[in-house]
Design a protein. Sequence first.
Length: 214
Amino acid sequence: MEIEQRFTLATAPDAVWQAFQDVRLLVNCLPGASIPDDATVDGNKVPLLFQVKLGPIAARFKGQGELEQDAAARKGSFSGAAVDGKTQSRVKGVARFALQPAGAGTEVVVAVDYAVTGALAQFSREGIVRALAEQLTREFAANLQAALPADEPTVQQAGAMTPTADAVTADPTPIAAQSATRPATSAPAPAASIDLWSVFKAWLRQWWRGRKNA
């Protein structure tokens, strides 16, 4: 299954692309994701830990990813696979991303193609995963914007949702002017595990309202 998401950052593309070179920053901006403290990033090979809570179930997906980038085109991909030892659930996928100018800021387009097997596969239906992707994208964008140099005027919210993507604005607050060439600030601390149960309940309420209004 493939899901595409878009979000807009109030920072120039060159500064955003510079941040995309810092894999630890990117991982720490994603809720539930982290690089183990005792792990070493070897070139473009990245050890990963992703924590998901589903009611009483706490899944810890451990695996490895590989980051590839095309600096000239400001695009790249991150592929990986991981397994949760408790439920024996497995996830495998690839995320392709591209940066492009959006006024004074940057639009980031991410297309994720994934597969889930094992006990947690029952929660991988499109509606639930799309709701989870929207939440992860929104929080990732906000975390990344907070870690970027505060150097660009605010970018207005992107247009209406398309059939394959939501346009998400990371931060509608005006940002003070600084040098656009300054490197990104230090990465935020790794976020807590993502609560899939709350996402599932929100999706279920929306699905039920849709049926009642049909």
